[in-house]
Write a protein that binds this ligand. Structure first.
Ligand SMILES: [Zn+2]
Length: 314
């Protein structure tokens, strides 16, 4: 591992206390503690306060358990001895505009947009909540037999109640390889057609079943650009809660240069010099990237951090 400092969306300060998930009585007791709190999400957006500073708008538990809009409750972990929970609010209308009122409510905001505004600790908690609530939203029915499933293990499992089936379903994490492919003083970057003009990023792709990380790196780079990769080094990883990926950051040493871009996979791919990458990082950090000049993704992304590492150390 090259980087040990957690990326944005990682490094939660909560004790996940997995041993409590199967202890329904302990979870019920935690829910009644006066210092326990619950985070509401609506359309996978987290509730934040906006004044005087932006932070997660944690609610006293009974505010939400008494609210008919609240859905299933998931256990995020312990903050000291107090519980931290999350729940999704139903309804078409924005819950901050319809009663009952939520304490300190500013607005429901997309977790991606909060990444550069919330503290690192709160960003990682919002990411955990978004991934879990989103998984429950998308897995209401048993994947084996179609029966409606029920929440178990504090939100880390859904069980099929059908006696003949009895399947247990667990939250999924989808591994994605994301790689800084380099050759000497040049790096290989690509772009998608729907990205902002001028933005290029590290290549990335979902891992195939039965594949190692290094095999996935070599396959994805070759499929998308025709470039062959030799050595693959693990750099660091980042949970990416949109909806449930784990970005596995690598540095790949290219052993060929000629490009054969598959435009069904990427709109374009090209080699960039170290100076160009440095300038592309500077532009996006200084928020001067609107005019379509070459730039990289925002600093919260592992793509940005991989490129920044290479510019200074690679
Ligand atoms: Zn079933």
């Amino acid at each position: 591992m090259i980087r040990t400092e957690p990326h944005v969306f990682a490094g939660s300060p909560l004790d996940r206390a997995a041993h409590l998930r199967r202890d329904a009585a302990a979870l019920r007791e935690l829910l009644t503690r006066p210092d326990s709190r619950m985070l509401p999400l609506w359309r996978l957006k987290a509730l934040v306060t906006v004044a005087p500073t932006i932070s997660l708008a944690w609610q006293p538990v009974d505010v939400l358990t008494d609210d008919s809009r609240a859905g299933e409750v998931v256990f995020l972990g312990l903050d000291g001895k107090a519980g931290r929970f999350a729940t999704g609010l139903d309804g078409e209308a924005d819950p901050t505009e319809t009663g009952p009122l939520l304490e300190g409510a500013g607005a429901f905001e997309e977790v991606r947009g909060l990444a550069s505004r919330l503290s690192a600790n709160e960003t990682s908690i919002a990411a955990q909540a978004r991934t879990l609530i989103g998984w429950h939203d998308r897995h209401r029915y048993c994947a084996r037999c179609g029966t409606p499933t029920g929440l178990a293990d504090g939100g880390y499992r859904r069980d099929c109640p059908d006696a003949a089936c009895g399947a247990r379903h667990f939250p999924r994490t989808d591994p994605v390889v994301i790689m800084m492919v380099v050759k000497g003083d040049k790096a290989l970057l690509g772009r998608q057609s729907f990205w902002a003009p001028g933005m290029f990023s590290t290549l990335a792709g979902f891992m195939d079943p039965g594949e190692t990380i290094e095999e996935a790196v070599r396959r994805e780079v070759f499929e998308e650009t025709g470039v062959r990769v030799g050595d693959v080094m693990y750099h660091s990883s980042q949970p990416w809660p949109f909806p449930s990926s784990l970005m596995i950051g690598c540095v790949g040493q290219a052993i060929s240069e000629a490009l054969n871009v598959d435009t069904r996979e990427v709109e374009d791919a090209a080699w960039f010099t170290r100076d160009q990458v440095r300038e592309g990082l500077r532009l996006v950090k200084s928020e001067q990237s609107e005019d379509g000049a070459f730039h990289l993704p925002f600093p919260a992304s592992i793509a940005h951090q991989l490129a920044a590492w290479w510019v200074d150390n690679g």
